[in-house]
Design a protein around this ligand. Structure first.
Ligand code: HEM
Length: 478
């Protein structure tokens, strides 16, 4: 977007000049790939959320369409395809242009990580934008004097027959890195020789040095070590020539051992970095609670990241009131009140998994208390380090109840609520409570979760008040 009319919009030009444009280009390519029937799956924000705060006017939109038309001409897109692409772009107008007279909503801020990526390397590295920025810098360095000796071949973007042009290779490299990091992106060109970055196998060491330079913008040495770890794991996908596939990524047993003990890859790589690669010391460090950074902020950020429809289906352009002309999700096959009986499993579903169709009407399954990797970490710290729920929660800055639920699932009911204690313990807790001992002390003495003690005592009181039975004890309330 180097167009002066579009960049006259102060909120747009800020992006044009920012380092984030690599991630933005990646997401635009991804959504266009999906919309044109490609294997890509769009993973960015709903279009409305990404655009309404920019206050794009109808005139700016028309200019955008003119720029698109000129680009089709320059790149010799056949006339039929040009028309179809134009129609797809037009289909986004309502989600991108702020209707006249509407105040723009506030800037939504940095994209929130999808809950499915919580704790992954993808999330720890910061998601699409920094990883795309790394791929962008890496390809640019390979094209520069600094990296040309590595010998990666590119074709000119303006050549109509070009297949391996820098923007295309940047996109595919980003896809590969995001997916390897645990992101939701689909790898669309695996094992196609010409879609590989194309590092000559013999130049691997020189390439790694260039990759280290490309990683320099990451905020900590742990982030830099992590992205290089990803690169080294992707060696067979990046190299061409003799031995590219066979002499590939040497299985990093140290990282794998630490991961097998229940720690996240990012933490494993960071701890190995700290201990100079000594796996035993790295594991001890992690078991004793060391982390390269807190997980609390990441948890909080992901907490509110409920998936939303990328087409803004059912929501409003910058408003809050009902708007009959508001964009509609093309995958809304019935929605609330529509498509009677749309609860069958064979009913159509939104391919983005954002709801729509039957998925929206189904009750979500009970959520695990923590993401799988964190659950494994919590269990390892309890088993190997002998730590209790409260201590682990403090060290990892997690919710104490969630940690207790991982370690003592029997104390919680199916919906994640606190269940009362089993009969023997419940009896003891109740007796102590009757003698005036407080819940914390009882929990400490019985080595159970304090919430379970409170729930047990409360259920006794409630049962006594109603003359009913004490839940879970089978005993009549006295
Ligand atoms: C069919 C037309 C368009 C498509 C498909 C499109 C696609 C996208 C996508 C996928 C994103 C990234 C969303 C994310 O971060 O998750 C985005 C963001 C953005 N788009 Fe567009 N866009 C379109 C039109 C426009 C126009 C006309 C402008 C400016 C005149 C524009 C300016 C921007 C800017 C500045 C951002 C970053 C906004 C932010 O996150 O704060 N886009 N767009």
């Amino acid at each position: 977007m180097a167009d002066p009319t579009l960049n006259a919009n102060a909120k747009v030009v800020r992006w044009h000049e920012s380092q984030q444009k690599a991630g933005f280009k990646f997401l635009v390519t991804e959504i266009m790939g999906y919309m044109t029937g490609g294997p890509q799956k769009y993973t960015g924000r709903p279009m409305e959320e990404a655009h309404m705060h920019l206050a794009i006017s109808a005139a700016e939109w028309r200019q955008f369409m003119r720029v698109a038309e000129k680009t089709f001409e320059r790149t010799a897109v056949p006339v039929g395809a040009r028309r179809e692409l134009g129609e797809i772009l037009e289909g986004f107008q309502m989600q991108c242009v702020l209707p006249e007279g509407h105040a723009p909503p506030p800037d939504p801020g940095a994209p929130r990580p999808h809950p499915s990526t919580l704790g992954t390397t993808f999330q720890r590295l910061g998601g699409v934008y920094p990883i795309a920025q790394f791929a962008d810098r890496l390809v640019d360095l390979l094209l520069s004097d600094r990296g040309r000796a590595v010998g990666v071949a590119f074709e000119d973007i303006d050549s109509p027959d070009a297949r391996r042009h820098p923007p295309g290779i940047k996109y595919l490299l980003t896809e590969l890195l995001l997916s390897a990091a645990g992101g939701p992106e689909v790898v669309t060109a695996k094992e196609f020789e010409e879609a590989k970055l194309g590092v000559p196998t013999a130049q691997w060491a020189a390439f790694c040095a260039v990759a280290a330079d490309a990683a320099a913008f990451f905020p900590t040495p742990y982030h830099r070590a992590m992205i290089l770890d990803l690169i080294s794991g992707l060696r067979p996908e990046l190299c061409i020539g003799d031995g590219a596939g066979t002499d590939g990524a040497s299985a990093d047993t140290s990282t794998a051992t630490i991961e097998a003990a229940g720690f996240q890859r990012f933490d494993a790589v960071a701890a190995l970095y700290e201990t100079g690669g000594d796996a035993e010391r790295a594991l001890d460090k992690l078991v004793s609670g060391w982390r390269p950074e807190g997980v609390a902020a990441e948890m909080a950020a992901a907490d509110s990241a409920a998936p939303r429809c990328p087409f803004g289906g059912g929501r409003l352009a910058g408003g809050g009131k009902e708007n009959p002309g508001a964009p509609k999700c093309p995958f809304d096959f019935g929605g609330a009140g529509g498509a009677g009986g749309a609860d069958g499993s064979d009913a159509p579903r939104c391919p983005f998994g954002f709801g729509g169709g039957a998925a929206a009407t189904n009750r979500p399954p009970a959520e695990p208390p923590l993401p799988p990797q964190l659950m494994a970490t919590v269990k390892t710290m309890a088993e190997r380090g002998g730590l209790g729920a409260e201590e682990i929660a403090t060290m990892l800055q997690l919710d104490a109840k969630a940690v207790a639920q991982v370690l003592h699932p029997e104390q919680f009911d199916a919906g994640g609520g606190v269940a009362v204690l089993p009969p023997g313990l419940a009896e003891a807790a109740r007796t102590m409570a009757e003698r005036g001992i407080d819940a914390e002390q009882i929990a400490g003495m019985l080595k159970v979760d304090v919430e379970a003690v409170k729930a047990t005592v409360a259920s006794t009181t409630a049962a006594a008040n109603t003359g009913g039975k004490v839940v879970g004890t089978g005993a009549a309330a006295s």
